[in-house]
Each structure stands twice: as structure tokens, then as C-alpha cells.
Design a protein around this ligand. Structure first.
Ligand SMILES: *Cc1c(COP(=O)(O)O)cnc(C)c1O
Length: 223
């Protein structure tokens, strides 16, 4: 098996205090997750509902599952009973559906708003203006079963480190803007989820509190 244990510790050793690791286990077998679990890792991220459901059923129940992919509203009901955080909320419609399903479960589900800052048109997420518009509106404040805990973004998939840094800095600046304007008295709004295998070091330097790392821990994905 791939040296999950060694790879995991190598990453954990480089993360400063205040930055948590979400181990992205999509497309990787349960044995790999168990290997990381045995080392104390408890937060894992998946991006497909069915795969997540199967892993949730098979693996220890104290794993905190983050849903990191694009989530269709009709899939929310399947993960609402157990998901720990939904990281990529990109519309009010999705936020409302998460609230509805969380209420049915008697839960409050923690979410992040996903920003679209990368230049690639393929990436999902709210533009900064769309995010402002959402938060300017009254509706999200009525949703008692979702808790907006921060922001999430993916930088452009490019080699240009300065571009990646600029995009993450834009996200960080925007976090402070939003924090001050809408969440000044809410200590739960504190998470900044950026940084993947190739760019997490830059992310740590630009205020990330949560890095989402897959390949560097588990190796290349087999699709
Ligand atoms: C797959 C994925 C990751 C992890 O990417 P790696 O390059 O394997 O570390 C992080 N975030 C999101 C949203 C992903 O879909």
C-alpha cells in the first residue's frame, strides 16, 4: 500500500497551529482512510454523494465528513443526517435546501460559502458580488438550521505561484470584509478553506485555516 502514514505525518508536521487538515479521500479505498484514521486523522472530505454514503456506512462513526464537491439540491437529503460540514455552498437555493433537510433531522449543519475567484470558467462558486448580494439579503438570517462558518475557494490550476497567491489573498481580503460587515459578533464565522496538494503552502501563508489535501497523502486517484 501507498505510505499513507508517512505522507500524512509529513503534511501534518508542516502545518502551523490553527490550520487543520481535511484529508480528501475521494476515489481512494477505505483501507487508505483507515490508515490515516489509525494515525488520529478524523476529518475527511468527499465530493460524491454515493461514494460518501458508502464510506460513511463502512467506516468509524466518529469521522467528520466534509462534503467538498458541487452539491445538487436533490442530493442534500442523503447526506443531511450525518455530514459534518458542507464546504461548497454556491447559491441561496442550496443553502435553503440544506436548512430544510437539517431541520428535518433536528440538526444544525455547518457550511462554507464557495467563492469563484479563479480565472477558469469551469469552477463553481459565488463571485464576490454574488456573495455580497446573498449576504445583503435578509433570507439567510432566517435559516436556523444552517451555520455559515466561513469561506471556501479553489485557486486556478496553474503553475504561476504569484497568480495563486493573488487569488488566495483576494479571498482573505474578502473574508475580512464579510466578517466585519455580517459576522462581526459571530465567533463561528472563522474558517478559510483554501489550499490543496499543490498549493497548500501558499494557502498557509495567505490565512487558510483548513487545507484540503488528497494526492499528497493518498497518491494519485484512480478514477
Ligand atoms: C479533489 C479536491 C481537493 C484535493 O486535491 P488534491 O490535489 O488531490 O490535494 C481539494 N479540494 C477540492 C474541492 C477537491 O475537489
Amino acid at each position: 500500500m501507498f505510505d499513507v502514514k508517512g505522507r500524512l505525518h509529513k503534511i501534518l508536521d508542516t502545518l502551523p497551529q490553527g490550520v487543520r487538515l481535511v484529508a480528501i479521500s475521494k476515489y481512494h479505498p477505505n483501507e487508505y482512510i483507515e490508515a490515516a484514521y489509525a494515525e488520529g486523522q478524523r476529518v475527511f472530505g468527499e465530493s460524491h454523494e454515493q461514494e460518501l454514503r458508502q464510506k460513511h456506512e463502512a467506516l468509524p462513526k466518529d469521522i467528520e465528513w466534509h462534503f467538498i464537491g458541487h452539491l445538487q439540491t436533490n442530493k442534500v437529503k442523503y447526506i443531511a443526517p450525518y455530514v459534518s460540514m458542507i464546504e461548497a455552498v454556491d447559491s441561496l437555493k442550496l443553502l435553503k435546501e440544506i436548512n430544510r433537510q437539517a431541520e428535518k433531522q433536528g440538526r444544525v449543519i455547518r457550511v462554507l460559502l464557495e467563492l469563484h475567484i479563479a480565472e477558469e470558467s469551469t469552477k463553481y462558486g459565488l463571485t464576490l458580488d454574488a456573495c455580497r448580494e446573498l449576504l445583503d439579503g435578509p433570507e439567510w438570517r432566517e435559516l436556523k438550521n444552517v451555520k455559515i462558518c466561513g469561506l471556501m475557494m479553489m485557486a486556478s490550476f496553474v503553475d504561476d505561484k504569484e497568480q495563486i497567491r493573488r487569488e488566495m489573498q483576494t479571498a482573505l481580503d474578502f473574508f475580512h470584509e464579510v466578517k466585519e460587515k455580517y459576522f462581526a459578533s459571530d465567533p463561528d464565522f472563522c474558517e478559510r478553506s483554501w489550499g490543496m496538494s499543490d498549493d497548500y503552502r501558499i494557502a498557509v501563508e495567505t490565512g487558510s485555516t483548513m487545507v484540503r489535501i488528497g494526492t499528497s497523502i493518498f497518491g494519485p486517484r484512480v478514477y
